[in-house]
Design a protein around this ligand. Sequence first.
Ligand SMILES: Cc1cc2nc3c(=O)[nH]c(=O)nc-3n(C[C@H](O)[C@H](O)[C@H](O)COP(=O)(O)O)c2cc1C
Length: 307
Amino acid sequence: MWKDWLRPFVRPLPQWSPVAIAPPSRVVTATLHWDGQSADVTADHTVASLKPLTIATSLDAGQHPILEYRDNVTGKLLGVLRLARTASVTTEKTSLALYHVATGEHRCLVWPRRSWNAWLQNRSMLKHRSSNHLNMEPATAQQLMIAYLCPRPVVLVSVGAPGHQNMFPMDLIGPLERSGFFSLALRSTNVSEPTMREVRKLALSNIPSTMKATVYKLSEHHKQPLMDWNALPFPVRPSRKFGIPVVAAALRIQELTIVHSQVIGSHTFFLGRIISDENLAKGAQLHHTAGFHQAYRHRLDMPFTVV
Ligand SMILES: Cc1cc2nc3c(=O)[nH]c(=O)nc-3n(C[C@H](O)[C@H](O)[C@H](O)COP(=O)(O)O)c2cc1C
C-alpha cells in the first residue's frame, strides 16, 4: 500500500510503545563509562525526576559519565546519554549519585530518518504542549525516550492508610542493585504523595500485559484517591505483610518500606527496601519502551509484542 510507504515521511513514530515482555528477559544492557572505567548498570540506574531529567545510580561514576544502551542480541549501540553529576543522596549510610542528563542521541533509526522523525516528534510535542501532561522540552523528551531503551516494567502501586487508599500505575521505578534500594519517581502533585511520605509503606503489583487498558484507566488516580477498594475493576487480595490490597492476577507482588524521600524538581524521589517479594505467575508483563526502539526491532524482524 502506498500509504504504508508514505507514513514514515509524514507521521512521527509514537514516543512510547506499550509492549509485552516476559521477565526476567534482558534485551538491552546499560553500561556507565567514566575515567577509563565501566560498569553494568542495567539494574542499577533509574529516573529520579523528569524536570530536570535526572538519573540515579548506586555507582559514583565521576563528574561526567556516559550511559550507553546496547542490544543484547546484536551488540549494537542503541543510544547514549551524557550525564553531569549534580548531587548525592545519603540514607542508611549508603550514598547514591544523581546525574542530570546533559545531552543524548540514539542510533535506532538510520540517518536521515533519525533526524526527520525527531523533527516530526518535536513539532507534534510543541503543537500539543498544553495538553501534554509531561510538558517537557522536546529535547528532554527525546533524552527520556533514550532512557526507555531499557524497557521499563509497569506496576500498580497500592497505598493504604486510615482515611486514604489508592492504586495507580507507575513505570519510573526500579532497583538500584548495588545499594539494595528500590526507587520510585512520583510527580509531587500526586494525590497519594503525602500519604506515602507519612506511612512509608506500599505494595507493587507487576501487571500482565493483557491488563493494559485497565491499568491506563487507573492513571486518573494520580489525581483522585480511590474511594473504595471494591470499586476496582478486578479482584484484589491483601499483600503478605502489610495487608494492603494488591492485584489478585499480578505476576509478582513486592512490598516496600520507604526509607527516604526527597523532592527533586517536578518529582518526589522515594527510596525503599523490599521486605517481601512473591513471584506468583510466569507470563508477559506490561512494559514501556521508546517507539524508535520498537522500529529498530521491526527492521531486524524481532519486534516486541505490542499490546
Ligand atoms: C502506565 C503509566 C505509568 C505512569 N508512571 C508514572 C510514574 O512512574 N510517575 C509519575 O509521576 N506518574 C506516572 N504516570 C502518571 C502520568 O505521568 C500522569 O501524571 C497521569 O496520567 C495524569 O496525567 P494528566 O496530568 O495529564 O491528567 C503514569 C501513567 C501511566 C498511564
